[in-house]
Design a protein. Structure first.
Length: 647
């Protein structure tokens, strides 16, 4: 809270400072000083440079110079400028490249003009902020091309006016020859920039008409004043490799509020902070009183149970109000410590109820190969899972710590008749069944927008398990048969808590099991589990499995179809057109272009009724998730940032 008010205060102070830097989002529809650099009277044209970063789509210098319409005879100059030996050399993601450009005054602003052929369905924001990495704003790109539609037409040729500038009279008098256009990314800053180019922070800020130590934001540009030919010191750590891509930029817009409004904000912040402190204090007192009351109640309940024999199957019923059946739990084999958080809501079912609902656990009500049954109790469809008694406690313990819309809810529990070797857990049952059945049913075709929403829901549920509970939890059993869909096609994760390795929490020792590929993970297994029987990071195992589910969403193929005796080589060949893992038989020369091969990989029931750019993005994301090296897989946080732009 205090940090938030500090940001607001900084925002108001910044709005009154003279500046030549636009801190607003690249995709915003507003123009500010620095959105485009104003011409001066000294130069109408000049030779200068801009910085571009290699990424997964632009991996070589040849790709990058092609994007900026550079002629072949200049390739030697660019190679020497960037200390490279070949234009086909693969550059690591985030590697900065200097591009020589001609900057000209057009109207009242400087710009370097390039052309761009729109390859597929996209937006002006994706081109300006993604392809050209924030070297211009999407508003500038749209205004320059005077669009008739909100999105550019596929196959159209756009004029791309990149931001650049020429030295003015004052700069030239101090010996400045070039003003290099530099785009910031996540983790970047003026101090790092001054070290890369070997200039002082004061000169850097002066060139952008900013005070010392300014706050800068990703996808914005800075001008770097240089008195000689540019040279980047690569001994300075680069910006994060994943920065050029899909990371959202959170900025604070400048305002022109009056001093009175500023004062009101300050007063409001102080009052708000005091109210928050009072609320926290009140909540603390309430929780303390509630714990004291529950402690007394638990003691009374324990004393009452100590004089009564315990029955693991007894169920007490009350008269149903308003025509509905209600239950309350009585005695249980579970300890009071375990039931402290859930004993008021977990229903205790009798074995007779479950036998009646499942027709004595007949094969007709069985779901899949597991001991799962579909039933209806009190006109509500439920999923009944049979498991060993010793595993029941672990599942209930995990579900007592989670509460999420994308995770299947636990309704109740039932224990066996004569012995306690088997027990039953009763979960909600979403009406559209499991994802695998929906993908396999040709009459129940999932439209593209439903599939992207399902992918987002699965990622949200896993993100909750990986980051939002304590201790953190890895599922280790993700596949399309353990994902259920509600009536409005929202996804819910099932089989939470059924894996002993997952229940151990995060850490390098939690995955040590005897037969991980057979008994713990069903589906296409992450290589580190398949070969070593353990993993240093089980969350990366979940991400691998999530990538397999993504590929099933795209192609509708069962993961069993992807498993081959040659360790999945046939599957790797099928997505080889995405790069890095396919055989030569799927090269673009022999198997057609990237988009043609992508279309052949897609689910035929979609009938090409999907945005090709989104399909490619989802396929590339899935390919990253199933990388053999877990360190090369994205985190669930990164995955959510990509999927959030599609739903």
């Amino acid at each position: 809270m205090i940090y938030l008010w500090v940001l607001i205060w900084a925002c108001f102070n910044l709005s009154y400072a003279q500046q030549y830097y636009d801190p607003s989002e690249c995709s915003s529809d507003t123009s500010s000083p620095g959105s485009r650099y104003t011409c001066n009277s000294l130069h109408t044209s000049c030779h200068t440079f801009l910085v571009y970063r290699a990424n997964r789509y632009m991996q070589t210098l040849a790709n990058i110079t092609g994007l900026f319409d550079m002629s072949f005879d200049k390739s030697g100059e660019v190679l020497h400028l960037n200390n490279l030996t070949s234009p086909q050399e693969i550059l690591r993601p985030g590697r900065e490249v200097l591009i020589p450009v001609v900057c000209s005054c057009s109207g009242q602003v400087f710009q370097a003009n390039f052309s761009y052929l729109v390859p597929g369905s996209t937006t002006y924001s994706e081109i300006a902020c993604g392809v050209f990495e924030g070297l211009l704003k999407s508003l500038t790109l749209a205004e320059e091309n005077q669009p008739q539609e909100t999105s550019p037409e596929v196959g159209s040729k756009l004029n791309v006016p990149v931001r650049c500038a020429c030295p003015d009279n004052e700069s030239s008098s101090t010996g400045v020859k070039y003003l290099v256009t530099y785009p910031f990314v996540e983790g970047d800053g003026p101090v790092l920039l001054s070290q890369k180019f070997g200039i002082s922070l004061e000169d850097l800020c002066a060139a952008n008409l900013l005070e010392s130590k300014p706050t800068v934001y990703p996808n914005t540009t800075f001008l770097v004043p240089l008195k000689s030919d540019p040279f980047i010191n690569f001994n300075i750590p680069d910006s994060p490799p994943h920065a050029p891509g899909f990371l959202p930029t959170i900025t604070i817009e400048n305002t022109n509020k009056s001093k009175l409004i500023r004062s009101l904000y300050i007063v409001g912040s102080v009052v708000g902070f005091c109210l928050v402190l009072v609320a926290i204090l009140a909540c603390g007192l309430y929780v303390k009183a509630l714990k004291k009351w529950k402690g007394r109640e638990r003691l009374q309940s324990f004393n009452a149970r100590s004089s009564t024999p315990m029955s693991c199957t007894s169920t007490a019923r009350s008269s149903p109000p308003s025509g509905q059946t209600s239950r309350r739990s009585t005695n249980s084999c579970l300890s009071p410590d375990l039931l402290i958080g859930i004993k008021y809501c977990l229903i205790s079912y009798s074995i007779e109820e479950l036998k009646k609902a499942t027709k004595n656990f007949s094969e007709d009500t069985k779901i899949g190969d597991d001991q799962d049954y579909k039933a209806k109790i009190d006109n509500v469809e439920v999923l009944i899972k049979q498991m060993r008694f010793e595993d029941t406690r672990r599942v209930i313990d995990v579900h007592s710590r989670i509460n999420h819309i994308n995770i299947l809810s636990l309704h109740g529990v039932c224990y066996g008749e004569n012995d306690f070797s088997w027990s039953y857990l009763v979960f909600e049952f979403p009406s559209n069944g499991c994802l695998r059945d929906c993908l396999s049913n040709p009459s129940n075709s999932l439209r593209w927008h439903k599939r992207t929403q399902i992918a987002f829901d699965i990622a949200t549920g896993l993100h909750y398990l990986h980051y939002c509970i304590f201790p953190t939890y890895a599922h280790l059993n993700i596949n399309s048969r353990h994902i259920y869909l509600t009536s409005n096609w929202r996804a819910k994760l099932a089989n939470i808590g059924t894996n002993p390795a997952a229940a151990a929490g995060s850490g390098s020792s939690k995955g040590n099991v005897d037969n991980p590929a057979g008994s713990i993970i069903k589906g296409w297994v992450a290589p580190e589990y398949l070969f070593h029987g353990s993993a240093s990071d089980d969350e990366k195992v979940d991400i691998f499995a999530f990538g397999v589910v993504l590929l099933e969403l795209i192609s509708a193929r069962d993961h069993q179809d992807m498993i081959m005796m040659d360790d999945g080589q046939a599957f790797k060949d099928s997505i080889g057109f995405l790069g890095g893992g396919g055989s030569s038989t799927t090269s673009s020369n022999e198997g057609g272009g990237c988009f043609e091969q992508l279309r052949s990989f897609m689910d035929p029931s979609l009938k090409e009724d999907y945005p090709l750019a989104e399909a490619l993005c989802l396929a590339v994301l899935a390919k990253a998730c199933v990388e053999d090296d877990p360190l090369h897989r994205p985190s669930m946080d990164d995955i959510l940032k990509v999927l959030a732009r599609m739903v």
